[in-house]
Design a protein around this ligand. Structure first.
Ligand code: RBF
Length: 340
């Protein structure tokens, strides 16, 4: 009798737990991945597609479509709207800080569609779930390494201490997190290091990026961070020509060669997207309306120590850098964000 009661209590507890997980969310039957740009050459978008595919693979008879919306940002709203209007997709998964606003607009006319937007922040819209990476931390990681290398090279050449960043466009996440994080990293090494910022104007013009980077290397800058998607290839080409170094964002940079890419910060967008799409597929409606922020302490922002380019750096630089990474993971400096 006693075991019977315990069994019933267990069953009731399990049912309550499942109920609280699902919160009566509708299970999606069609998922569209809306890529605001082009997949190839942008690790954030490659991981967006990969993560969604992995989550979708766990379900049979689920329609999955990948749409590349291209680089003309003026066309994104129309293309997103068409996708919702098609009626084939009840979940749209996308990534970048400009997307929540467009999703919110589309949602007014198509209230049944749900959106998961990674690398973005929008709170309290019950159709939309966003997850923001703590980019102050990602910026700080590569900034610290760039700072160590800048100081080393300048000591050798007696030039002014300057590092470079070549950006595709300005946007709030860049201005309020990536740039300040990168600068904080540089200045944690040496407050005398200044930052040179150059603007390309789009996410695809590798030739323009190469021109800007070449001029920076020629002026004595030794390390550049590109925040430029596919256009970042131009910075790599310029570094190779001029014997400069590159630090990389969002992962997957070491493939460009140990002679140029010396350090690679990571966001685990594939894991994050897979987990959030799986939540949606389990019918968990509690994610919508929520704007999460993930950080180094959760493992979603990190550094890849395994690249050839990193391993080829002097031991003295690597050991100082690894202390700084360990400190950051312990919360020093403290870049905790609860809102954006
Ligand atoms: N990042 C890319 O890697 N490739 C892109 O094509 C790209 N396009 C973007 C377009 C807009 C309007 C915005 C706001 C950001 C874009 N990003 C792109 C940046 C991306 O969201 C992220 O901030 C950076 O990759 C740094 O993690």
């Amino acid at each position: 009798m006693k075991t019977m009661t315990m069994r019933l209590v267990l069953i009731a507890a399990l049912a309550a737990f499942q109920g609280s997980c699902t919160r009566n969310g509708k299970v999606p039957t069609g998922i569209a991945v809306f890529v605001p740009g082009v997949v190839s050459g942008s690790p954030v978008y490659e991981m967006l597609v990969e993560g969604t595919k992995r989550a979708a693979a766990s379900r049979e008879s689920l329609e999955l479509k990948i749409i590349e919306a291209g680089f003309n940002q003026a066309e994104w709203y129309g293309k997103l709207n068409d996708l919702a209007a098609s009626g084939s997709f009840d979940l749209i998964v996308t990534s970048n800080p400009a997307m929540p606003e467009l999703c919110a607009k589309v949602s007014v006319d198509y209230p049944a569609v749900r959106f998961i937007v990674a690398d973005a922040y929008l709170k309290d819209n019950t159709a939309i779930h966003t997850v923001l990476y703590n980019q102050l931390e990602q910026g700080y990681l590569v900034g610290y390494l760039a700072g160590l290398l800048t100081v080393q090279n300048v000591t050798a050449s007696k030039q002014a201490k300057r590092a470079g960043i070549v950006i595709a466009q300005t946007y709030p996440t860049l201005d309020r997190m990536i740039l300040p994080g990168f600068e904080a990293g540089l200045k944690a090494v040496d407050p005398g290091i200044s930052l040179e910022t150059r603007l390309i104007g789009n996410w695809f013009d590798a030739n323009r990026a190469a021109e800007l980077a070449r001029a920076l290397y020629e002026s004595g800058v030794s390390v550049i961070l590109p925040i430029a998607g596919g256009a970042g290839q131009g910075v790599i080409a310029a570094a190779r020509e001029r014997g400069g170094s590159v630090v990389w964002f969002d992962g997957a940079g070491y493939i460009h060669g140990p002679d140029v890419v010396v350090g690679c910060a990571i966001i685990r967008q594939d894991m994050l997207v897979e987990a959030r799409v799986k939540s949606a597929l389990s019918g968990d409606a509690s994610i919508y309306g929520r704007a999460d922020i993930v950080a180094a302490k959760d493992g979603f922002v990190d550094f890849d120590f395994e690249g050839e380019g990193y391993k080829a750096l002097p031991e003295a630089i690597r050991s100082k850098f690894e202390v700084a990474v360990a400190e950051l993971k312990k919360g020093s400096p403290d870049f905790t964000m609860t809102t954006f």
